[in-house]
Ligand binder design. Sequence first.
Ligand code: FES
Length: 235
Amino acid sequence: MSMVIITINGKEFSAKTGEMVVDVARKNGIYIPTLCNMEGVIPQGSCRICTCLIDGRTMAACTTPVSHRMNVETNNAELEKIRTTIVELLFAEGNHYCPTCERSGNCDLQALAYRFNVLVSQFKQIFPTRNVDAKNPKILIDHNRCIQCKRCIRRMGGSGKPAWFSFKDRGHKVKVNIDHELTADFTDEMAQKAMDTCPVGAILKKEKGFDVPIGRRKYDTEPIGTEIEKEGAKL
Ligand code: FES
């Protein structure tokens, strides 16, 4: 695999051809916010929270492969505005009641809202009517919190494996559907994996919750991105 040199925020880094900008940045301790992207899962670039300035154009860092002498800017006032707006839109579009959510403190969307100082959305709250699908014995899907990132669809099944999750309906009615027949014998491990795949609190494992009290969870103790940025400070 050949190597290329790219510049991120004014510093040069070497990267393998085919690597995505977001992964190269992460490896070098530069945090680019993500929601629909997950390490090890084929990227799809749907949420656009990772938008960076790449060779002068705003592009999704998770679906843009590096190229020799590429110039990337990961943060400036314009990018911050784009990301804040996306977070605000996601909050306005769904029903996110963080204080009662099992993922509070472990939720990427909530953590990004804190990072971007989003206290009130500039957009009118839609308050859509959505249901909770609790038919599966091991997990439940709360459609009120789903941000349609498709991480569950891409990671849990697909590419040769049976599709446990899929999209149903179209437009603003689109929602994640779970195949109840295929997932009838879901194990605890599968249920946990599905829950961990979801960046918000839309997929929850049943039977046990609030294991770690709110206030002592991942992002309660360390803001999102800090882990990567700490690594970067050591380099
Ligand atoms: Fe890149 Fe969602 S993380 S588009």
